[in-house]
Write a protein of this length. Sequence first.
Length: 711
Amino acid sequence: MSSNKRLPCGAIFRSPVIRSDGSITVCNFDLGLELKLGNIKEDNLFSLWESEKMQILRKNSILNENIPLKCKNCNPDYFLSRRETVKYIKKNLKRDILDKFLVRTCDKPKILLVNPLVSPKAPFKTCVTLGLGSIAAYISPYFEVEILNMNYSNIDNYSVANYIEENNFNIVGITGMTYQIMSGIKLLNIIKENTPEVITVAGGVFATMKPDFLMQYKQVDFLIKGEGEKAFLAFLENIQNQNTNFYEYPSLVWRNEENIVENQECDFLKPDEIPIIPRKILPSFGFIYDDSTFSDNPKEQTACVIMFSRGCPSNCIFCESPHMWKKKVRLMSIERIIKEIKYIIAEYNIRNFIIDDDAFTVFKDKIMEFCQRIIDEKLNIKWRCNTKVTMVTEELFIKMKEAGCLKVTYGIESGNINVLKNLNKNFTINQVRKAFALNKKTNLPASMLLIIGSPGESPNTVQDSINLIEEINPEGGWDFQIMQPHPGTTLRREINKFKGEILTDDWDEYYSDNITYIPDKFNKQEFLYWCKKVTKRPISLAGEKKVSFSENNEGIIKIPVDMWDFGEFDKLQPYYWNGEKNFQKGYTHVLGANKGYIKYNFNIEKIPEWILIKFTACSQINEKRSFLQIRINQYKIANIFIGPKDSYGFDYEVFAGKELIKKCNMKCGINEICFEIPEKIMPNGISIMYKALENSLNIQEKTITLITGGK
């Protein structure tokens, strides 16, 4: 063991030596009593062994500094292990000593980078981890590194902790968006319980935007702000050199004796220094398997998510990008871009690309050159990208289409000019119209992304957005998300200026299908109504129990399939089908669930004498049935066997007559219907009520329908 990595002498923690005359010293090597503590004839053993002198000696031994010459030259019988030392530091010493000890005694770094689970409240998962992939590619020539995406691998926190111990990882890095960060904290807590000597590092968007929040958690040893590649490599090199002067670590957030310290961020990578990611290190290789933009044939829909630039010139108040990338855009050289495309084609035979840059066409001349290279070299690829309505021309679209572009997506956000101004969008509604006119003229489909709930939003401005959709009729489709005041954004930092109410600081609530902010021109129930009107996702209201989403029209009650009020399944996740025979188009919230339930609230104005329940479902297992139980207000009204997998599911009807209705204790107002898969009864999985999704089809939404009758 090298002297600078030396672990503390175990004797000074466990083995006091008492001589025949009553003298007490720290170990049996101290024959000359140079480290004498006192005499038990004059004082008791405990007070001597736990004296201030001993505490200083132990602290210095942990830090490997200012220790007595006798100890410096000694080779003890045993050393305290890193794990035992960490436990002692946590109990007896200040936090900054722990960080110094962990760095000073770390062997050659072996790193696991983890993308933690998304919020258990969110009805989606994230699978592509380009940020971690780029960091891993950048440091892999120098250190052993692995990536684990928990959302893809479907493993729990304890399994990750065991994997870390079994494979001797000594540094764990986590990333995370707002809706992942609490899951990341829970993961680190379990890791630290299992292997307290592992060094933990947080990074990514949330860490950059709100480092003070993360550093309040003892599970987080260090944090790296901003772009991660150079800073993390420097972090690892400093650890390898046992450098405990943390002021010298670029972009590091750490703890000194009294405070949290934020070091200056290091310079960005030059565009062509951003590494090509070896896709084999990414879960699913960073591919998306269900993008119908590229083909109607599911076998030809696989696409590679890729980025050729970092940053965005815009300054939208709801976005982290201006703060993360400082409004600078770094586009790689065309040579570097073409090299990566050729690599992916050669290695994986993938020719569909989702270019995920914030604003791909910001440098129009460079994109013209990019397109020409694709054409000249006959790369025969298909691709789609994101851009801004002020960054396009007819000439550019013609060239992009010739080079294989199938679709562009614009962040429009609103159809109202005043809302756009509040958002700092810096374009007009007429510019939106002109951009889409160019798309239609060049026959290049475009889609629009919109937000409901921006500052200044009202029912009238939402209607303006709907009117704009109807006017333009974007060939590529459209999508609404709900405004989230993410930490560190201009919206959240200047909320007094923008007004409205932030409902919660529970970061698990901050996903795009949830309401965490109410503009000042809405009340909560009115805003909830408009959200469910323009979106087709499960909507909840942060911090409040949801109201019923049912619509009652003369005794016919319709409940949107994806508007469940409560749900708990062992595998609750959205899923887009990937070319399975007879099941190529569909959507479900409960793929493969072997147990669990979904509950819906519904309103009735008068208690019926009978009720007919109609819904669509199918089993997830070919040639096997599944078992489903239906309850109203917790009373079981039916057991049903659900038929095996079918492209559009099977229609089912359940009738409850007068006697059953009486036992259900139905009441005027809100009642509850529950669809449950009981544990261990034909656990073949089930899809309860889903809808066709393909853009080429008319959306066929399947609702749960309750027909009531009687007096």
